[in-house]
Ligand binder design. Sequence first.
Ligand code: SAM
Length: 224
Amino acid sequence: SDHQLEYPSCPEDMDWSKLYPAFKDEHTGEMTKEVTIADIGCGFGGLMIDLSPAFPEQLILGMEIRVQVTNYVEDRIIALRSNHAKEQTYQNINVLRGNAMKFLPNFFHKAQLSKMFFCFPDPHFKQRKHKARIVTNTLLSEYAYVLKEGGIIYTITDVEDLHNWMVKHLDEHPLFERLSKEWEENDKCVNIMTNATEEGKKVARKQGDKFVACFKRLPNPEII
Ligand code: SAM
């Protein structure tokens, strides 16, 4: 549970160079980039692995609550980096064990992120478990805090009820606006997230439906 997890008290307290050593400036010791893309509940890491070459100049972080799964993704990335040592690829992805529902502002400062992915989140089918869902009003305000203006929330699920739930909450939130089907069709990330994750592949094998919804972070309203 959470009490075994360690969190930085603020984003500046994190040593990001441990996760992305290739992006540490040798002379200053400072990071040359910060994380801009987050995969929330990344599972086995398939999304990050496909996003990595598509966004070589962006740092991508997966957050995962299960220890074994996080360890697996860590090993997977170590292997990828060593197999591609010559090309120096896969340096821009890594994973952190953590509860994304509780501590996001400890890892990201305001307006840091340009994209957040919620791929096949746990559905929590029962009514009394709905509050455990990863998209709720309170959490959306936290996601809006770490996302920059114009940043995107990507959601995909095979559970129609969960899709409707996420759309309803995002639609009702004043800081998010749904993007059109046409936008989705032209966005390379929608295509990647539909096909890259382990859960998405499982759904495809079972010929299940996949429901996509993407939302743009709106500017904060002016306070008069
Ligand atoms: N996104 C991956 C995919 O599409 O293959 C994994 C989907 S899996 C159904 C949901 C994942 O979210 C699980 O690996 C679970 O451990 C993780 N998870 C659930 N709640 C979480 C939380 N609060 N913070 C971080 N990860 C969480």
